[in-house]
Design a binder for this molecule. Structure first.
Ligand code: AMP
Ligand code: FES
Ligand code: ZN
Ligand code: ZN
Length: 315
């Protein structure tokens, strides 16, 4: 297979785009795709203050790399969740995030959940649910809260995450199976900011997971190969496998599923719902938006964690 631009040997063949490229042209093509999404969805402007949430994985580190190559200035945020599971998952991902920042002369904020809130994600889950559930939903809640807090406290205009097309298509698939209107209404490359909430953007939403993998490898980005140990057997991985089977037989199916959804929403599929969208309140402790008056779900979780810890100490 030859590169469609220069005729040299191709390194990446993208059946979904009927396009094959050599290393050099591929490493130019990916940032051009990201720039296209930034402009098409009006994600952010050059002069805005941006925070990228980096997990140490290939997508978010590549995103940070691409933004820098495109001339956007972004600081990073790494959240240490305290996950070990015999592979030192958090320690290793933090090491790689820090190494990337140092090598590229970039500024990285590190938030350690245990030192800031008194317990790691697995400990919070054990205390609040006695280990009956996997930590993933709690972890998601905590990460969202911390990302919002840092973006708000440090005055960032926009918060970027490394979600790729496979992530987005899997979430969309799940939300469609259950017709979760509220989630469908909010899912997309751009979630506008509101009082106390930074604008959230996903500049990699049109890039396949394997395209990001090829970028990270060709660009020689050192990232953590392991997935989070708790994600094994999760529903989202199951949905990704189903969509990959579809994609294998119909290259491009995943991309058109996602893009057709965005287009349908833009042309009014959800207009009625938008009118009745719930009013947001401010959490009485942390001030972040919440759907009901009083404490937000993060502050309620923290309250339960602390009271269980106190009980443990007193018995
Ligand atoms: P995930 O929810 O693990 O699929 O990750 C989705 C995105 O969330 C990543 O691409 C990152 O941008 C961000 N993210 C995940 N974990 C962390 C973390 N520990 N610290 C900072 N950002 C993270
Ligand atoms: Fe949070 Fe896996 S990354 S539970
Ligand atoms: Zn070429
Ligand atoms: Zn709160």
């Amino acid at each position: 297979m030859k590169c469609h631009i220069c005729g040299e040997k191709a390194s990446v063949n993208m059946r979904e785009h009927k396009l094959a490229l050599c290393k050099e042209h591929y490493l130019e093509w990916v940032p051009a795709q990201v720039e296209r999404s930034i402009k098409k969805y009006g994600l952010f402007r050059q002069e805005e203050k941006m925070l990228v949430a980096v997990s140490g994985g290939k997508d978010s580190l590549s995103l940070w790399d691409i933004l820098q190559r495109l001339g956007y200035h972004a600081d990073g945020l790494y959240i240490c969740l305290g996950i070990d599971e015999g592979i030192g998952y958090s320690t290793e991902s933090q090491r790689l995030a820090v190494k990337f920042a140092t090598n590229h002369g970039l500024n990285l904020h590190v938030v350690n959940i245990q030192s800031e809130y008194g317990a790691t994600i697995p400990q919070i889950t054990r205390r609040t649910h006695r280990g009956r559930i996997k930590p993933c939903s709690i972890c998601g809640l905590v990460k969202r809260h911390v990302m919002n807090r840092i973006a708000r406290d440090l005055d960032y205009d926009v918060l970027a995450t490394g979600h790729n097309l496979d992530d987005e298509a899997a979430v969309l698939f799940g939300n469609t199976l259950s017709w979760s209107g509220e989630y469908l209404l909010r899912q997309g490359p751009l979630l506008p900011g509101s009082a106390g909430l930074a604008r959230k953007v996903k500049p990699l939403c049109r890039l396949y997971e394997r395209e990001m993998l090829a970028y990270a490898l060709l660009q020689e980005i050192e990232y953590i190969y392991e997935e989070c140990p708790y994600s094994i057997g999760s529903t989202s991985i199951y949905y990704k496998e189903l969509l990959n089977r579809l994609e294998n037989e119909r290259p491009g199916a995943k991309l058109s599923f996602y893009l057709a959804f965005l287009e349908a929403r833009k042309t009014g599929l959800f207009t009625e719902r938008e009118k009745i969208q719930a009013e947001l309140h401010s959490c009485s402790r942390c001030g972040q938006p919440t759907s009901a008056p009083g404490l937000c779900s993060f502050c309620r979780l923290l309250e339960r964690t602390t009271s269980v810890a106190l009980n443990e100490r007193n018995t």
